[in-house]
Design a protein around this ligand. Structure first.
Ligand code: FES
Length: 102
C-alpha cells in the first residue's frame, strides 16, 4: 500500500510504500533527503512528524531521546508509513556534524 509523504521543508511529496522505511523511499529523489547510513547510526535523517500514522523500529538513543520520540521526533530510516504523513527533516547535515568538533 502506498502513502503520500509531504516533506514540509522541501515542499515536495512522494508516494512511499509501507514496507520500506521513509529514507529508502524518499532517497530516490536525491534533493529530498540528506545522505545517510540508512541503519540508525548517523542521525542525519532525524525528522519531526507533523501528521500521520507510522510504525517505528527501536531508535538510537545517541540521536533520539525518549522525550523527542514521544514528541514524534524519529529517524526516517527507522520509520515506516501507515498513512499519508507530513514530515520535516530537522537533523544536521553530515558535513556540519563533522565540523562541530574541529
Ligand atoms: S540515515 Fe543514518 S540514522 Fe538514518
Amino acid at each position: 500500500m502506498k502513502h503520500n509523504i509531504l516533506v514540509k521543508n522541501k515542499e515536495k511529496q512522494r508516494a512511499c510504500t509501507q514496507d520500506k522505511h521513509l529514507m529508502a523511499s524518499l532517497s530516490t529523489c536525491t534533493d529530498l533527503v540528506p545522505r545517510g547510513c540508512h541503519n540508525g547510526a548517523c542521525g542525519v535523517c532525524k525528522i519531526l512528524v507533523h501528521s500521520g500514522d507510522f510504525e517505528k523500529l527501536k531508535m538510537n538513543r545517541k540521536h533520539i531521546t525518549e522525550e523527542e520520540e514521544s514528541s514524534n521526533i524519529v529517524l526516517a530510516c527507522r520509520t515506516f508509513p501507515k498513512s499519508d504523513m507530513e514530515i520535516e527533516f530537522i537533523g544536521k547535515p553530515k558535513s556540519e556534524l563533522y565540523t562541530l568538533g574541529n
